[in-house]
Design a protein around this ligand. Structure first.
Ligand SMILES: [Zn+2]
Length: 154
């Protein structure tokens, strides 16, 4: 088999310039990254990402992209966990904001309803005043008539 499959890299992750978090997509040299399987005694059957250029030219101990797949995936998972945490935090903040907003809206609504109710009450009161005035007049007239009748009777 070829030299590149008997990778001499130890368990150290990325070296030098090619240090990336997560799954590398492209080497710093511009070459795409390929996934290979290690056949070294240290890491048999361990998958790794490698700069396509160095894989093609079977270079070793260079500064091109090299990263263990499991480590890269672990990075990805850690990033995802961080992101999830961030999203949860954002959601919490959004919920609090919504609660504050809803409280504001309901307070405003309450004020509006209160004003409307007050207006209605005032309207009803003025109407009642007007009708009670009429009632008073009717009652006064009624009393006068009654008094007149009793006077006539008496
Ligand atoms: Zn490269």
């Amino acid at each position: 088999m070829s030299n590149q499959s008997t990778s001499s890299f130890g368990s150290t992750g990325p070296r030098g310039r090619g240090k990336v978090v997560g799954v590398p997509k492209r080497c710093w040299c511009g070459e795409g990254v390929v996934a290979l399987i290690s056949k070294s005694d240290m890491n048999p059957c361990r998958r790794y990402y490698r700069c396509g250029f160095t894989a093609k030219h079977r270079l070793r101990n260079d500064e091109h992209t090299f990263k263990w797949v499991d480590e890269a995936l672990l990075n990805e998972i850690e990033t995802l966990i961080d992101k999830t945490r961030e999203i949860e935090q954002e959601l919490k903040e959004l919920r609090t904001e919504r609660m504050v907003f809803e409280r504001m809206v309901s307070e405003k609504l309450e004020i509006k309803i209160e004003n409307e109710v007050l207006e209605k009450v005032e309207e009803a009161l003025s109407e009642a005043k007007a009708s009670s005035k009429k009632m008073m007049i009717v009652m006064v007239i009624g009393c006068m008539i009654l008094l007149g009748i009793t006077k006539f009777v008496g």
